[in-house]
Design a protein around this ligand. Structure first.
Ligand SMILES: O=P(O)(O)OC[C@H]1O[C@@H](O)[C@H](O)[C@@H](O)[C@@H]1O
Length: 553
């Protein structure tokens, strides 16, 4: 396609932006249009999910014209065509020649889904058969029918995986803790730092521990090393009597490597190469979720995501919630030079949500090369960060309110708490902060207000809030249960897709993580050889030498 910044809508947006930047004051836009909230908020309703989710985009730099122009840009960039190609199973991951089909994993609606003419849902290794395997296995473990080598129930789960084989399961099991089996303990070991595995093993009893070795490729150095360490520990602790087949299962696409590792293929939960790592929590990689919250809840999680898929697939662009979210991402990044996006859930259970979204967003859209191999002449993927509120308010929100950068923020709140303790006081305080932060960011505080409060003149510049800082407020109409969580994650997945489609980049590869891996492999060997390694710059060589001498290697 023509470079995005040469599309007619791009220059129209640029002209419109100059106008908006000069004249648009959010609080005045509300004062002059009583209907603004209704105009720019959208409610996500679906049969697949009992709660409505309200997406309030009205506190963004948006007018009717902005939305028209952004939708025009999406049209010209072929967002719908690209979306349809994804749902058709086309190989849109063109640098790896793969389809992008995580939506098939949660296709509870019975869509026909095919890759290269093959039905991916049915058949011996199809999505439905893996789900059935996950259902049976998780039910057997939870009920105590599947026992360890001494006949004890397995209640300690250690998931060994990194990146997408870790972040999704961690985030989702934390988010759904309310639904978790009370007798089950979960550990997630990702880091190659031996401390991570050592601490998990310290807290584990081999008789009751189930290891899930989660790796799409089953070649990731950290995961395979950690898995081998876990296996040695298990064999040693059980004096060789432990039955690996009862205590180790694999979640992977690579049957050959799984078998080589010593896991029976009957205990392998497979998926296909068209599932990207950062989109894999819906696949066998989500087995820890199914074990912890039960298969029915896992199914609801899939159903919530499918409901968002349906909305994304079928809704016209102007009312399409992830499309609006993605277009706002482009709007701020490319037309307001916003470098970051803040996601702050007002929800302690979502304390790993931003970490999860970092991989989703930054590994997907951290690309500078467009589909024809040329460099993008515009900004792409934003830096995403976040922490749960109200904690974040007492930490980095200073910069969000009074710093020199524009930081568009998403705030997420559930109307109901799983823990309405102290007569729901906590939830009401949480909610009041959710409303107050977005309001404060928008309205700011003027010099006149400060004067009226008696602020000394010399303090006025320091206490001034310029305001006019955009937020999107997401309000879940009930508690955040499995379906609502599924829908929220799918919202961000599709938002990321829309951004990547407009930027004309491949959101589904991740070549940028390879170079460091290759160099680390070479240096690992050098650490056992004399000298400071071959061919390094003076800094790297000097550091290797210093490390060896400090560590007496
Ligand atoms: O699941 P695997 O194959 O072990 O890969 C784990 C992670 O490995 C990283 O190198 C990739 O950047 C991630 O995308 C991926 O999720």
């Amino acid at each position: 396609m023509a470079p995005t910044n040469t599309l007619p809508a791009w220059s129209e947006l640029q002209a419109h932006r100059d106008d908006i930047a000069k004249n648009f004051v959010l609080k005045e836009a509300f004062a002059s249009d009583a209907d603004r909230f209704n105009k720019f908020s959208r409610t996500f309703k679906s049969d697949g999910i009992s709660a409505d989710i309200l997406f309030d985009f009205s506190k963004n730099f948006l007018t009717n014209e902005t939305l028209d122009l952004l939708v025009k840009l999406a049209d010209e960039a072929g967002v719908e065509r690209k979306r349809d190609a994804m749902f058709r199973g086309d190989k849109i991951n063109f640098t790896e020649n793969r389809a992008v089909y995580h939506t098939a994993l949660r296709n509870v609606g019975g869509w026909e889904m095919k890759v290269e003419g093959q039905d991916v849902m049915n058949g011996p290794n199809g999505v439905n058969s893996v789900l059935q395997h996950m259902k049976e296995f998780s039910e057997q473990v939870r009920s105590g029918e599947w026992v360890g080598y001494t006949g004890k129930k397995l209640t300690n789960i250690v998931n060994v995986g990194i990146g997408g084989s870790d972040l999704g399961p961690v985030m989702v099991t934390e988010a759904l803790k309310h639904y978790g089996a009370p007798d089950m303990t979960l550990h997630f070991v990702s880091n190659i730092d031996g401390t991570h595995m050592a601490e998990a093993l310290k807290a584990s009893d081999p008789e009751t521990t189930l290891f899930l070795i989660a790796s799409k490729t089953f070649t990731t150095a950290e995961t395979i090393t950690n898995a081998n360490t876990a296996k040695s520990w298990f064999i040693e602790k059980t004096s060789g009597k432990g039955d690996v087949a009862k205590h180790f299962v694999a979640l992977s696409t690579n049957e050959e490597e799984v078998t080589k590792f010593g896991i029976d293929k009957a205990n392998m939960f497979g998926f296909e190469s068209w599932v990207g790592g950062r989109y894999s929590v819906w696949s066998a990689i989500g087995l820890s979720v199914a074990l912890y919250v039960g298969y029915d809840n896992f199914h609801k999680f899939l159903a919530g995501a499918h409901a968002m898929d349906k909305h994304f697939r079928e809704t016209p662009l102007r009312d399409n919630i992830p499309v609006i979210g993605g277009l706002l991402g482009v709007w701020y990044a490319d037309f307001f030079q916003a470098q970051t996006r803040l996601v702050a859930p007002f929800d302690q259970y979502l304390h790993r949500f931003a970490a999860y979204l970092q991989q989703l967003s930054m590994e997907s859209n951290g690309k500078a090369i467009t589909s024809d191999g040329s460099s993008a002449k515009y900004t792409t993927g934003s830096i995403l960060f976040g922490e749960p509120c109200t904690n974040a308010q007492h930490s980095f929100f200073q910069l969000v309110h009074q710093g020199t950068k524009l930081i568009p923020a998403d705030f997420i709140l559930a109307a109901k708490s799983h823990n309405p303790i102290h007569d729901n006081l906590h939830q009401k305080m949480l909610a009041s902060n959710y409303f107050a932060q977005a309001e404060a960011l928008m309205v700011g505080k003027t010099d006149d207000q400060l004067r009226a409060e008696g602020t000394p003149e010399e303090l006025i510049p320091h206490k001034r809030f310029l305001g006019n800082r955009p937020t999107t407020s997401i309000l879940v109409g009930d508690v955040i249960g499995p379906a609502e969580l599924g829908a929220l994650i799918a919202y961000y997945e599709h938002l990321t897709f829309v951004e990547g489609a407009v930027w004309d980049i491949n959101s589904f590869d991740q070549w940028g993580v390879e170079l460091g891996k290759v160099l680390a492999k070479k240096i690992l060997k050098e650490l056992d050889e004399p000298g400071n390694g071959e061919g390094h710059d003076a800094s790297t060589g000097g550091l290797i030498g210093a490390f060896k001498s400090f560590a007496k290697i």
